[in-house]
Design a protein around this ligand. Structure first.
Ligand code: EPU
Length: 338
């Protein structure tokens, strides 16, 4: 274990923001982490646990200890006739995990192909795409409780999953370090191909009964066509959440914007496509110096060069104000601001 002072974080955040951590350490095993908990820097400083760095915007240097969670490992811990129970180290890359499950013919997370980031951070915001969320396959996780140094388990309901939400973003924020997660994958899965774009692409290829691999490939091609590759253009995926409004609010917006894109959640809750509102408000593709709003997906803010995080944050503030002004809705950020 090597604690390094004044460490550059440029390569550790997908937004590509050039900031430094006062101290940095990379943890490869649970034992290393337990050793770390006994050190002075761990006890005295503010902590930031980094996974893939794909859902974070640094607006300044981090005046504390950044811990890169690099705990690896994949293990089948149980199986039945229908299911495989796979335990995965928090530091495993999410997309590589998805590819591993797809190649083995185990279904459940194929719609979550190509999501950046690591496995341990996936439950924190209940990652979701194309009609599937991780909570549907999630069984449990093990985490280190920072205050006591004990390892505790959280099952599915303990995590209090919601739309891009979990207990780890709310009342238990900054209290645990996730060590591993267990997923239940299906040997004969029912594939979810109802999302508009997915259905359309499969139909255009005359694929009626797709395999897990075909669904995964379809998702990958949709994502590649709309979302910027963080290795080329800095970004954190969707910067904002899609807001959820009541039927009354929706009716009110529809008076002015009859075509507002929305999805019914239940009788009184509707999710509005924030990307549609931001595009409609004229922000899509706007470029300011080295940063801007992505030209193919208005929900994604991008760093074209060495923009600083504060500039990107200020842009998000302007967008929030403008959407509030035009649609009466206050957008919430999905990305963690540091
Ligand atoms: N739309 C526009 N203009 C835009 C973007 C979107 O009009 O610039 C409208 C289109 O009508 C489109 C609809 O919004 O049909 C929905 O767009 P899209 O399918 O791209 O999905 P999204 O609602 O913008 C969400 C997730 C994505 C996820 C996709 C697919 C959130 C915050 N984002 O985006 O997740 O990949 O659905 O399921 O829920 C992420 O979290 O980082 C992320 C990329």
């Amino acid at each position: 274990m090597n604690i390094i002072a004044n460490y550059p974080l440029l390569k550790l955040n997908t937004f590509g923001v050039d900031v430094k951590a006062k101290y940095f350490v990379s943890i490869n095993t649970v034992n290393e982490l337990i050793e770390l908990t006994k050190t002075k820097v761990f006890k005295d400083l503010q902590l930031l646990i980094l996974g893939g760095g794909s859902n974070i915007l640094f607006t300044k240097d981090f005046d504390g200890l950044v811990i890169l969670n690099n705990i690896k490992g994949k293990e089948i811990i149980d199986q039945t006739q229908e299911s495989i129970f796979l335990k995965i180290g928090a530091g495993e890359n999410w997309h590589e995990l998805v590819m591993y499950t797809v190649d083995n013919g185990w279904g459940g997370i194929e719609n979550l192909s190509l999501i950046p980031g690591n496995t341990g951070t996936a439950p924190m915001q209940n990652i979701g795409a194309y009609g599937v969320e991780i909570k549907e396959t999630f069984v449990e996780l093990e985490a280190l409780e920072i205050s006591s140094g004990k390892i505790v388990k959280f099952n599915n309901s303990d995590c209090e999953f919601g739309y891009r939400e979990s207990v780890f973003k709310n009342k238990m924020k900054n209290q645990y370090i996730i060590l591993n997660i267990t997923l239940e994958l299906k040997k004969n899965p029912v594939l979810n191909i109802n999302y508009g774009d997915v259905k359309a692409i499969l139909e255009s290829q005359n694929i009626n009964n797709p395999s897990i691999k075909e669904v995964s490939n379809t998702i990958i091609s949709i994502r590649q066509s709309k979302l910027p590759d963080p290795k080329i253009i800095g970004n954190s995926g969707s910067f904002f959440k899609n807001p959820i409004v009541s039927l009354n609010q929706l009716e009110f917006i529809k008076k002015k914007y009859p075509n507002v894109v929305n999805y019914k959640i239940n009788e009184n809750e509707f999710k509005i496509a924030a990307g549609w509102m931001i595009e409609r408000a004229g922000w899509k593709g706007k470029k300011f110096n080295n940063y801007g709003v992505h030209e193919k997906q208005a929900l994604v803010l991008v760093n074209y060069g060495l923009a600083n995080g504060m500039e990107i944050f200020n842009l998000s503030e302007e967008i929030i104000l403008d959407i509030k002004d035009k649609f009466g809705i206050k957008l919430e950020r999905e990305v963690n601001i540091i």
